[in-house]
Design a protein around this ligand. Structure first.
Ligand code: SAM
Length: 222
């Protein structure tokens, strides 16, 4: 099966399930217009995050890696009036375009960007009230440390999602040794040794190729 067929399948399902959203379309177009690469989540993945926020009745969300705020908008629009999404981003241009896109979506009162390398900005975040959900989608090399920071900020019963952990099967291919692949392997080892979480990787194909995400549940009472 080819990428074109995977995209066609995503589009077919989306045509039934995902009504066109002007704010999300604007975000994609404005991001492209500013020369930022289209490495956002797919529409169906964005919708999955949106449904997760609703399912958990999440009120406080942390994102690592904003790009053009496409995934931020998907998540923030599921938040209640008093909900909050904080997104960590290192690139000032990405942060500026994201701020525009969030404003256009009418979500400025709920979503904000913290500019700087996430390893530096993580320690500035308060764990109280704790986050319900963390979505890690930045430089893959640092997946391990990002998870360790996120762990300190997420409540029991909360969820941490890490994107792009399959990478076309490259993570499981021992001939592969790029730093992004090593970052995911490091994460796998850390999660394996963490007795306070249960986790699984769900591989996906679709608009964004063959990849997958790790779903990590922070256990209660540990
Ligand atoms: N979550 C976005 C979405 O789906 O719409 C896509 C995020 S994109 C894959 C990764 C982002 O992480 C880029 O905007 C990049 O500038 C940012 N990034 C890379 N290294 C970072 C770092 N050290 N700290 C914070 N952000 C970083």
């Amino acid at each position: 099966t080819t990428q074109a067929e995977w995209s066609k399948s995503d589009q077919y399902h989306n045509s039934f399930l995902l009504p066109l959203d002007e704010a999300l379309e604007f975000a994609l177009k404005n991001t492209e217009k500013n020369g930022i690469p289209a490495i956002n989540v797919s529409a169906s993945q964005g919708a999955f995050l949106n449904l997760l926020v609703k399912t958990m009745s999440a009120k406080r969300i942390l994102e690592v890696g904003t790009l053009g705020a496409y995934s931020s908008i998907w998540m923030a629009k599921a938040l209640p009036e008093d909900g909050e999404l904080i997104s960590l981003e290192v690139n000032p241009k990405h942060a500026k375009v994201s701020t525009e896109n969030i404003a256009h979506a009418g979500l400025s009162s709920k979503a904000r960007i913290v500019l700087g390398p996430a390893l530096d900005t993580f320690p500035t975040l308060s764990p109280s009230p704790p986050f319900d959900l963390v979505f890690i989608d930045a430089d893959k090399d640092n997946n391990g440390p990002y998870f360790q920071h996120a762990r300190k900020l997420v409540r029991s019963g909360g969820v941490i999602i890490v994107d792009n952990v399959v990478r076309n099967g490259r993570v499981a291919d021992e001939r592969e040794n790029t730093t992004d692949v090593q970052g995911v392997r490091n994460l796998l080892q850390i999660v394996k040794e963490d007795k306070g979480v249960d986790a699984t990787t769900v591989a996906t194909v679709g608009d964004k190729g063959y990849d997958g995400f790790m779903y990590i549940f922070v256990k209660e009472g540990i």
